[in-house]
Design a protein around this ligand. Structure first.
Ligand SMILES: [Zn+2]
Length: 117
């Protein structure tokens, strides 16, 4: 979303900082595991890569998995091509706004969000 004034810009900067904070604090694998079945996909890759069924669609073909990378803290779904971090995961799963996803995660993990830039 393009900011239309300084207040919007300021709010979006704080949201970006809060998203970064949550991505650092929350274990992506743990969060996705609470919504979908997750298993180790390739233990030969350092840091392990995990796979899951796509939680955004009804498909469950294990040959086209959702991949979770704990090193980059990102996911990518080979079926629906949805990708992102833990905040984007919740935004997509709940079809909600970015601010709602941030509050949802902070509340779930009992984290105090940074409120200033
Ligand atoms: Zn998907």
């Amino acid at each position: 979303m393009k900011p239309t004034n300084l207040d919007d810009f300021h709010r979006q900067m704080i949201e970006a900082k809060q998203s970064y904070f949550l991505v650092e604090k929350i274990d992506l694998i743990q969060e996705v595991s609470s919504h979908a079945y997750v298993e180790v996909y390739n233990s030969f890759i350092p840091g392990f890569v995990y796979r899951s069924d796509c939680p955004f669609t009804t498909h469950n073909d294990p040959s086209i998995p959702l991949i979770l990378n704990p090193t980059s803290k990102m996911y990518y779904c080979h079926y629906c091509t949805n990708a992102g971090n833990v905040v984007g995961f919740i935004r997509e799963l709940e079809s909600c706004s970015n601010s709602y996803a941030i509050i949802y995660l902070a509340d779930k993990y009992n984290l105090d969000l940074p409120m200033e830039l």
